[in-house]
Ligand binder design. Structure first.
Ligand code: MLT
Length: 389
């Protein structure tokens, strides 16, 4: 046998695993220190009441012969597909249920979707960006090119029509920078994708953090996007499903074979999301669920404000945090990203994510998340002030 040597071209370990390993080592050597984790974007608030009620009800159904369910449809139950459909309709995006595929989260589908594309495609990825886009393509041996995101372009790179790409990744609101594209900017990307005969893989995992109605939450709010874009979304950040696992992927039928191929791929390699979880997910889209998750999102946004205010007071340059749970800051004292990570860990035991882990343009930057509790966010910021205030 021959192994897939493309794996040798990857960083030795996944960014968040490296961070976790370093933090664990520190904890082992300093058992008396209290760590505050503002690194990986993991939620801390519990699932909302509407979801919990729906989960309980579904558990009971599974315990009764008449309502017990075995294998479900690989692409999701129609009750959840219809709930997602209704959610998009509120934004004037019309979808057919067979364009909506329920998944166990955006990360898996973003990786799995690559099964549909030839290895010869050139992939365009913004830098810095969520490392999964790059790593999954390196694993498949595809050529990856980058669109530079930096302070000058507000971390929102625009297409270069002289550069050929076949698969284009866009994440808005962006992980890690928190930057959000407006409609005009996304129109340009759609125009570019059409001109290149390319497909956009649009990661909308943070859409619910957008609080300005003029900003697009879905790529399909842009005319023509259904002809050239696949959209991924997740309930992880929206409704606290990081541990419960549920998301959805939209593959429009206008994309021709891709919709059929994705169904074929999923029916072959995936057995669907558990019925119980899908009932919980359905409740997220109910009136009550929407109200409750908004309260949670507002809580995280308040944390983002606390972080942003402290960074202002400490004269630390930063962006994001407005329509996103992430705050992207310039490391003070010209430290590089990992130096700053170590500096914070050793001096104030606050954990963040080194910007360089998201790409070369992230070097010298650092990401903090607002997903902690209010108390720990306040405490982390007090510690920041002692160090930089
Ligand atoms: C992050 O911290 O970037 C995210 O939590 C990673 C993810 O969603 O997989």
């Amino acid at each position: 046998m021959k192994i897939n040597e493309n794996y040798l071209n990857l960083e030795q370990s996944y960014l968040f695993s490296t961070v976790a390993r370093k933090v664990n080592e520190f904890c082992k050597n300093n058992p008396d220190k209290k760590i505050i984790r503002l690194g990986i974007g993991d939620v801390t608030l519990p699932l909302c009441k509407a979801v919990i009620d729906a989960l309980h009800k579904a558990v009971d159904e599974m315990g009764t012969k008449e309502t017990f369910r075995g294998y479900g449809p690989e692409q999701g139950y129609d009750f959840l597909q219809n709930a997602v459909k209704g959610y998009y309709k509120k934004r004037n995006v019309e979808l057919d249920t067979d364009e909506i595929f329920i998944s166990d989260g955006a990360k898996s589908d973003i990786g799995n979707i690559l099964d549909l594309f030839s290895q010869e495609n050139t992939v365009l990825v913004p830098d810095p960006v969520y490392p999964v886009y790059v790593d999954t393509n390196i694993m498949a041996g595809r050529k990856v090119i980058f669109a530079d995101a930096n302070k000058e372009n507000g971390f929102l790179p625009m297409p270069d029509f002289n550069q050929k790409a076949d698969i284009i990744y866009i994440c808005s609101p962006n992980n890690p920078t928190g930057a959000v594209y407006n409609k005009e900017q996304l129109k340009k990307w759609v125009q570019y994708a059409k001109e290149m005969n390319a497909v956009i893989l649009f990661d909308a995992a943070y859409e619910c953090f957008i609080s300005d109605d003029t900003l697009p939450k879905s790529i399909y709010e842009i005319e023509g996007a259904k002809d050239c874009a696949i959209e991924f979304c997740s309930l992880s950040k929206t409704a606290g499903f990081t541990g419960t696992r549920c998301g959805y992927t939209i593959v429009p039928k206008n994309l021709g074979m891709l919709n059929k191929f994705w169904l074929r791929r999923q029916t072959t390699k995936f057995n669907g999301v558990p019925y119980i979880v899908q009932r919980g997910a359905e409740a997220v889209f109910s009136e009550e669920g929407q109200k409750e998750i908004k309260e949670n999102i507002d809580y995280y946004k308040e944390n983002a404000k606390i972080i942003s205010k402290t960074l202002d007071e400490c004269n630390i340059w930063h962006v994001g945090g407005k329509h996103s749970p992430y705050i992207w800051l310039k490391c003070p004292n010209n430290l590089n990203s990992w130096e700053f990570f170590d500096y914070l860990l050793e001096n104030i035991q606050v954990v963040g994510t080194p910007g360089s882990g998201f790409g070369k343009n992230g070097e010298g930057f650092f990401r903090l998340t607002s997903f902690g509790s209010k108390e720990s966010t306040l405490e982390a910021m007090e510690r920041f002030k002692k160090l930089f205030g």
